[in-house]
Design a protein around this ligand. Structure first.
Ligand code: TYD
Ligand code: MG
Length: 451
């Protein structure tokens, strides 16, 4: 019988090592911080093993055909222009959001282009995957499905099949025999991912890992892998809406915050090439509390509708509900409105919502949120042909934001004729024909231009 490898438990917060698991670290007093590891594995599985000679930066040549495109434009864009050989891409997201569907469509395309793809599933049977592939109309001689969860077995199959691309769905179901803990534990997920990473770098074969986002608990989420992999994409969206956003939060080969927009249909995910149009499709005309903001998602401008509903509260502590925008930001903006404009909303229930199930994290949304709240509070609709963007400061000043021209251009493209922005943003930009720019420098001046 093989002698069991010795394991150590390492505190994730201070690095303290112990041969036995402990609930609390004796060194830094952190609870539940111990994760089992194989001694020395970190070094072996890192990339040190493949260290070459120092090279002069001028002597390093760039291969022009470094990337290959999947043919799904929204996906390629999020990756930064295609897939890089030897790269490891993590796709995270809530269960049921459509990760398996997306990746199956991607490998479907790639295999139809002659790339030999191996799809390892630890969650579904080959029949289930076949059923989904039927639904997505994927037929290919070069797409291979493997079911199983043991990484040692996977490497045996990889040696035999020699694929050009590997998908592991999901990383939380795969385990290594070297660790006794259950699949999905932090130790397992990290060790398995490190081995796959090592393999990907050694062979130059691009690898996709799927990871479920989980509530804190026994199963490790994609967060524990983010530092290890090359690219992290999150697949997000409200499950009650059909729209799905693929967002890059880390990318060693391209810009982050880049997004791809998809719509979940009966026959799989469909690309949405012009998201602004879709997100504004159902915007009510002449309704108070609804405004449009040109946001930037990565390098891409997207028009979104922000809605607010402000009304007297029957409660002693009025409600503040925010969907798609930061809750604290709403409280701050309400305070600014009260202090700087004399619009007291302290006794009002306030609901703010980004239509279409999207999230806006930019401060550029402040002006839109403020305007939507004022519009609802006074029950006066904002001009249908106007977009607005700008950051609101605590003194009530309206500050400039990045890329005003890009935003204005997108608004122009969709037929808007007026744009409300900060005065400082107006300097040095030419307004395109048919677009009137209205500059404001403080929320005090907002009433004059808003209605
Ligand atoms: P799935 O890819 O299994 O999610 P994940 O891998 O992230 O857990 O997608 C599951 C959902 O997608 C499921 O609710 C059904 C829906 N779906 C469609 O609406 N159309 C389709 O063509 C497919 C394949 C799935
Ligand atoms: Mg799945």
């Amino acid at each position: 019988m093989k002698k069991a490898t010795k394991l150590i438990y390492v505190c994730q917060s201070c690095g303290y090592e112990t041969p036995k698991w402990m609930g609390r670290c004796p060194d830094c007093s952190q609870w539940n911080a111990f994760v089992e590891e194989i001694p020395g594995a970190g070094l072996k599985s890192g990339m040190l093993a493949s260290m070459g000679q120092p090279q002069n930066i001028d002597a390093i040549s760039l291969d022009p055909e470094l990337r290959f495109e999947t043919g799904i434009a929204e996906f390629d864009r999020t990756l930064g222009g295609g897939l890089v050989p030897g790269s490891m891409v993590l796709i995270g997201g809530d269960p049921g959001i459509g990760k398996s569907t997306l990746i199956l469509q991607v490998v479907g395309r790639l295999s139809q282009n002659g790339l030999k793809c191996l799809y390892l599933s630890g969650e579904e049977s080959p029949q289930q995957i076949k059923l989904r592939a039927e639904r997505l109309s994927i037929h290919s001689q070069d797409l291979f499905i493997l079911t199983g969860t043991c990484i040692e077995h996977l490497f045996e199959r990889l040696d035999a099949l020699k694929p050009d691309l590997l998908v592991v769905d999901s990383i939380q179901t795969v385990y290594t025999e070297a660790l006794p803990s259950a699949p999905g534990s932090v130790g397992q997920v990290r060790e398995v991912a490190a081995r796959l990473m090592n393999w990907a770098k050694k062979t130059g074969i691009p690898t996709f890992l799927i990871g479920h986002v989980t509530k804190e608990g026994a199963i490790a989420g994609p967060k524990v892998l983010e530092h290890l992999v090359d690219t992290v994409l999150y697949f997000e969206g409200d499950r009650t809406h059909a729209f799905r956003i693929l967002r890059s939060v880390k990318n060693r080969f391209g810009a982050t915050n880049e997004i791809g927009v998809f719509e979940m249909k009966e026959s799989g995910l469909q690309e949405v090439g012009n998201p602004s149009r879709i997100f504004l499709e159902e915007k009510p005309e002449d309704a108070s509390g609804s405004v449009v903001i040109p946001c930037l998602e990565g390098t891409r401008p997207v028009l979104l509708e922000i809605q607010a509903l402000v009304g007297p509260s029957p409660l002693g502590m009025p409600r503040r509900t925010a969907v798609g925008v930061d809750h604290n930001r709403i409280s701050l903006l309400v305070a600014v409105l009260g202090k700087r404009m004399g619009l007291e909303m302290g006794d009002q229930d306030i609901f703010v919502n980004v239509a279409g199930g999207l999230r806006v994290d930019e401060p550029a949304a402040d002006l839109a949120i403020v305007s939507a709240m004022i519009s609802s509070f006074l029950d006066r609709p904002v001009d249908n042909n106007m977009v607005l963007f700008g950051e609101v400061g605590l003194a009530g000043e309206i500050r400039g934001v990045s890329q005003p021209e890009l935003r204005i251009k997108e608004a122009k493209k969709l037929g808007f004729t007026r744009c409300l922005l900060s005065k400082s943003n107006m300097d040095g930009i030419r307004s395109p024909a048919g677009m009137k720019l209205l500059g404001v420098d403080s929320v005090k001046g907002l009433m004059d231009v808003l209605f």
